[in-house]
Design a protein around this ligand. Structure first.
Ligand code: PA5
Length: 462
């Protein structure tokens, strides 16, 4: 199982001013945490609670349909193009980047075992989109369009362009190159899919975008490129069992949620940095940033008080960002909690040759890159601690489906518990919706005429 080491947030290690008394706080909050965990588990099946993501590890039916479709289309496409944004893209991207062999798209078809290359289009840049559409042979590409609402402007505009190209190239058969993942009943993509006869997968009710990675949103693209989705599911289930424990001393998600909450509210550490020491986990930090930001950044609490809470998440990558951000983290404002992710066993052991022994780099010869990255993680941890900067280490045994299932699910539960501690609605995103609605208005969507006028006035005045 994943391990959490939070010694370096304690007063014993980093002092009274910046640390917390872990033992005392675990005692103070033991009943609060117990009630939060019990309540999440009691409410998870109730409609309207937005907790259905806690059941995704047990959704055998979706798993079966995902695997069946993946095996049905295997060998038929050279590329998989995923269209989606935010929660409809980040989870799949994080897991594909972590679990596929690095540089997957550069491997030959044989080296890929006949599975397609994978591309995520999660932005709307005319230059990069044009380049991608020119580069890909769309007639040999399976397009997975993912949107829960079914009408997000970025995703649907991408889809409209792709659909037109596909139809020109393939005529009526274009529909076999499309698979849509969306709500089971509502939304424009659902309506279009039914009219046009696309294969569809469902994003279950009460699963928000940023909590949807273990639904077909994440699992389908992963299965389509041959990733073992069963091992991910096994990881979620084992972590879910562990995190049902209502004792804070036995529940790492509760510990990390409480530590972040207390360091923010009592010690002013309102920035959470996630810094994996593994390039393959780089996009896990992107995924976490969205989860933490959209879930916890809220203006009102559940009682209607204006609170404007939310720790700011930041992504970093070890060892790269030691040469970019660590100066700030060591010596700048002491307002951050640095979360390291360490990997015990890398898939490869890469030796540094014993050359240039007569120079100052001779000491590296005969060591491994594995030793070097671990030494860098250790030295950064010690130096942050020397500067009294709170830091936490999460250790996973390996970068594989089982451990990534555990890790992402742990972060989801951690976020849900943190939301309860802040007493906010973790699962809504009015700030995102507002920006979406303004875009619809500015782009001339029917029904948004009033806002369009108001927005044009404001834009002109700025
Ligand atoms: O987490 C969220 O709710 C958002 O980030 C959404 O995932 C994002 O806005 C995309 O929405 P949709 O899936 O409806 O296209």
């Amino acid at each position: 199982m994943i391990q959490l080491n939070c010694k370096n947030v304690s007063t014993e290690v980093i002092g009274e001013e910046h640390g917390i008394n872990i033992d005392a706080e675990f005692d103070n909050y033991k009943d609060v945490i117990k009630n939060i965990i019990a309540s999440l588990n009691q409410r998870k099946d109730k409609p309207g609670q937005w907790l259905q993501w806690m059941n995704l590890g047990y959704n055998e039916e979706t798993l079966w349909y995902v695997k069946e479709y993946a095996s049905m289309v295997q060998g038929r496409f050279e590329n998989l193009l995923v269209l989606g944004i935010g929660g409809s893209a980040l989870g799949g991207m994080a897991l594909a980047e972590a679990l596929l062999p690095p540089y997957w798209n550069f491997l030959s078809e044989d080296e890929r075992g006949g599975y397609p290359r994978i591309f995520f289009l999660d932005n709307i840049d005319p230059d990069s989109m044009t380049a991608l559409f020119n580069m890909l042979d769309l007639s040999k590409t399976l397009v997975n369009v993912i949107t829960k609402s079914g009408d997000t402007a970025e995703t649907m505009s991408q889809f409209m362009i792709v659909k037109n190209i596909l139809e020109k190239e393939l005529g009526d058969n274009y529909r076999y190159n499309i698979v849509a993942t969306t709500d089971k009943k509502v939304g424009i993509l659902r309506q279009i899919s039914e009219q046009e006869g696309y294969k569809t997968f469902v994003i279950p009710d009460d699963v928000g975008g940023r909590f949807s990675v273990f639904s077909a949103v994440g699992l389908l693209p992963l299965a389509l490129v041959g990733i073992d989705v069963d091992s991910i599911i096994n990881g979620i289930k084992d972590m879910d069992l562990a995190l049902k424990n209502t004792d804070i001393r036995e529940n790492i998600a509760a510990q990390n949620a409480l530590i972040h909450y207390l360091l923010d509210t009592k010690k002013g550490k309102n920035i959470s940095v996630l810094m994996p020491y593994s390039s393959r986990l780089k996009f896990v930090a992107d995924w976490f940033v969205q989860l933490w930001a959209e879930s916890l950044g809220k203006d009102n609490d559940k009682d209607g008080n204006s609170v404007n809470v939310g720790p700011t998440p930041v992504k970093a990558l070890g060892a790269t960002d030691q040469h970019s951000q660590i100066q700030l983290y060591n010596e700048g404002p002491n307002d951050k909690i640095i979360n390291f992710i360490r990997v015990k066993d890398f898939d490869n052991n890469l030796e540094i040759p014993k050359i240039f022994e007569y120079t100052g780099i001779g000491y590296l010869g005969g060591k491994t890159i594995n030793q070097l990255i671990n030494a860098e993680a250790d030295s950064t941890k010690v130096s942050l601690t020397d500067y009294s900067r709170p830091n936490i280490t999460i250790t996973i045994d390996k970068v594989d489906g089982y451990h990534l299932g555990q890790l992402l699910y742990m972060f989801e539960i951690q976020t849900a518990i943190a939301g309860e501690l802040y007493n906010i609605n973790t699962f809504n995103q009015p700030g995102v919706e507002q920006a979406k609605n303004y875009t619809y208005a500015l782009m001339g969507r029917a029904g948004y005429e009033g806002s369009a006028e108001m927005l044009r006035g404001k834009i002109a005045a700025l």
